[in-house]
Design a binder for this molecule. Structure first.
Ligand SMILES: Cc1ncc(COP(=O)(O)O)c(C=O)c1O
Length: 413
């Protein structure tokens, strides 16, 4: 247990968590879907509209300059957060989903050729799967899958077997949103590079828990969404190595991404603006900056350790309940802060609704990972996910509520 982690001092920063009563506390266990926002982030958005609001990069007047500076500063903060080499390697998108689509349409449609192989894992979120299906179909390439083993891990053997001389692009998650499994992305990147392939890392989940150093990973591309790290919705990031981004054509055409426009032809702006057509979500970029400041003030390693403590504690308790089936690696140390489970004979949507009546918010469904569910021979699961504002008490309430699920439906126990 990390005794130095004073979770109570952080909980007070999250206004939404003060809802509920003494008898029925709001136990929010769906941070893998979206994290709650601290007051500091909420204030930064309010402050932006009260003091700065103007369209950046467009005006010569001081308000627009302030907006431009605030937006640019957000990019610098993201660069430091993931240790990118250059600020222009940070492209703001509206989400991870948009970042994958940008990559698929700009890189995939131009640099993947007939006979090439695109490699992903069976555990990918649909946003890191469907865009590659589109590329494979349009370009006559093959979409190949790496499969997980019985313990829901991706082994080195599987990675080595699936990367061939035809592999041109590998896109893989660092942490599965459906199972919590942490994937060996550094190793995957090494093998892929030896075969001459580029690699995109889906950091949508891992970004909230684990420090990212894109230079150390040697990732060619990396994607994440701000809302998973307590920033507002509507802001995402595509990181790309400058030499790769430079050779990619724009994805969205329009204002702000151009240099000169003639009647028949256009020259494009330099990075990163080439990829940021149209008015951007400046308030969300500013919220993202504030969320990163907030994480840095706590220390991402402290957050990771706290979440791991909660995960181990919850695992121990749930393992003892013979009415619960757990999915994912048996060892919590091989996972991020996610527990995927089902209660015996109960549909996950029913479990989720019953838990809600105890104030416990968990996700149920296929977690945008239908091929994974099919591979595991299940339709759906419930998913509890933990973050820095969760406590041991939350886990106790959650587990006690699970014990009551079957009774609600008329089973004896
Ligand atoms: C692993 C993973 N990748 C991608 C996404 C897509 O993120 P967004 O919906 O913010 O575009 C998610 C969202 O849950 C995710 O968990």
């Amino acid at each position: 247990m990390n005794k130095d982690f004073d979770v109570k001092s952080y909980i007070k920063d999250f206004p939404v968590l003060s809802q509920g009563s003494q008898e029925k506390k709001l136990v929010y266990l769906d941070s893998a879907a979206t994290a709650q926002k601290p007051q500091q982030v909420i204030n930064s958005i309010k402050g932006y509209y009260e003091k700065i609001n103007a369209n950046p990069h467009r005006g010569a007047y001081s308000l627009s300059t302030s907006s431009t500076e605030a937006y640019d500063e957000s990019r610098r903060v993201v660069k430091e957060f993931i240790n990118a080499a250059h600020v222009e390697e940070i492209i703001f998108t509206k989400s991870s989903t948009e970042a994958f689509n940008l990559l698929a349409y700009s890189y995939g449609m131009n640099y993947i050729n007939p006979g090439d192989e695109i490699l992903i894992s069976i555990a990918e979120h649909h946003s890191n799967l469907i865009p590659w299906q589109q590329v494979a179909k349009a370009k006559g390439a093959t979409l190949k899958y790496m499969y997980i083993n019985d313990n829901c891990e991706l082994t080195s053997e599987e990675v080595k077997n699936k990367i061939t001389k035809n592999t041109k692009l590998v896109s893989v998650t660092r942490m599965s949103n459906a199972l919590g499994t942490i994937f060996p992305v550094k190793e995957i990147i090494e093998y892929a590079h030896e075969a001459g392939a580029v690699v995109c890392v889906d950091a949508a989940q891992s970004i909230a828990h684990t420090a990212v150093d894109v230079q150390d990973l040697n990732a060619d591309f990396l994607v994440f969404s701000g809302h998973k790290i307590m920033a507002p919705m509507g802001i995402g990031v595509l990181y790309g190595k400058r030499e790769l981004l430079d050779k990619m054509p724009p994805f969205l055409f329009g204002g702000d991404m151009v240099e000169y426009v003639y009647e028949q032809n256009t020259s494009y702006a330099d990075l990163p603006f080439k990829f940021e057509g149209g008015t951007q979500n400046v308030e969300a970029a500013i919220g993202l900056k504030e969320a990163i400041y907030y994480i840095n003030s706590i220390g991402i390693n402290n957050i990771e350790a706290h979440v791991q403590d909660l995960l181990q504690y919850a695992h121990e308790k749930l393992k003892k309940l013979d009415i619960v089936t757990l999915y994912g690696p048996k060892e919590p140390s091989k996972k991020g802060g996610i527990i995927s489970f089902n209660v015996k004979d109960v549909h996950p949507h029913d479990t989720s609704s019953i838990l809600d009546s105890y104030g416990v918010a968990v996700r149920s469904g296929n977690h945008c990972a239908q091929p994974l569910m099919r591979y595991l021979n299940i339709n759906s699961t419930c998913r509890a996910s933990f973050y820095l504002y969760n406590t041991y008490e939350d886990v106790d309430i959650f587990v006690d509520a699970i014990k009551n699920v079957r009774r609600w439906l008329g089973y004896g126990s």
